[in-house]
Design a binder for this molecule. Structure first.
Ligand SMILES: [Zn+2]
Length: 228
């Protein structure tokens, strides 16, 4: 069966982008963001629309996955779901993460829970429960007001909001006993105020740590080249 034309305006952007990859770029080849924008001059943020194909098992590598690529290059590694066929594209809800995609997200996230920093198999402080990592879907609102779902690695406990948490006084108190007087004074002042004041930098750091990789990348880009 002949594939529909990627230039058919009646098809949605994702379908057209998939057909462009399959027929123009073709598997295994490199394209640049400029090629992509030239092919879809009327679509704003075509790069982001193309990224949606990853949720349909399309593999499109960036310099993060493939160090031979530069910042503006992408490699179309493998075709996924033929989204142009009626009823084939998975809806957001129906998307089941493939094992490959899960591994990709976890490795990008440094194989740790982006919310609490725990690594798989590590015990939670004050308990004998060991952590298991999972993938959470985070709704992200972009600077232009549009919304999308990005994937982020979290441990089971963070995902379910701390249910089943058990604390162990002896561990907490033993750790407290090892603090010096200055640290205990600082802690006492926070307890007295029932609040710890965080500086903006610390707040941003904490926020950055919990973001999905796509959001972290935008954050890093916004830091500016003069910080490097
Ligand atoms: Zn966690």
């Amino acid at each position: 069966m002949a594939l529909p034309s990627w230039e058919d305006p009646k098809l949605g952007t994702m379908k057209r982008a998939a057909l462009w990859l399959a027929t123009v770029v073709q598997e295994g080849n490199i394209f640049t963001l400029a090629d992509l924008r030239d092919a879809f001059p009327e679509v704003s943020q075509i790069d982001r629309r193309m990224r949606d194909l990853r949720d349909q098992d399309w593999r499109i590598d960036t310099h993060r996955e493939d160090s031979s690529l530069d910042n503006s290059e992408r490699r179309f590694v493998a075709q996924g779901v033929p989204v142009w066929e009626p009823g084939k594209a998975r809806s957001k809800e129906a998307q089941v993460l493939t094992a490959t995609r899960r591994r990709e997200v976890m490795s990008r996230d440094g194989n740790l829970c982006r919310s609490c920093g725990i690594t798989p198999g590590q015990e939670y402080a004050g308990s004998y429960e060991t952590a298991q990592l999972d993938i959470a879907r985070k709704e992200v609102r972009y600077a232009d007001g549009t919304k999308a779902v990005e994937l982020v690695t979290e441990c089971r406990r963070c995902r379910v909001g701390g249910r089943g948490v058990e604390t162990d006084d002896s561990k907490t108190l033993a750790a407290l006993g090892r603090l010096g007087i200055m640290e205990r004074r600082m802690l006492a002042s926070w307890i007295e105020a029932d609040e710890r004041e965080f500086g903006t930098v610390e707040l941003l750091w904490a926020e950055y740590r919990t973001l999905p990789e796509e959001s972290r990348a935008r954050f890093r880009a916004a830091l500016g080249p003069e910080t490097l």
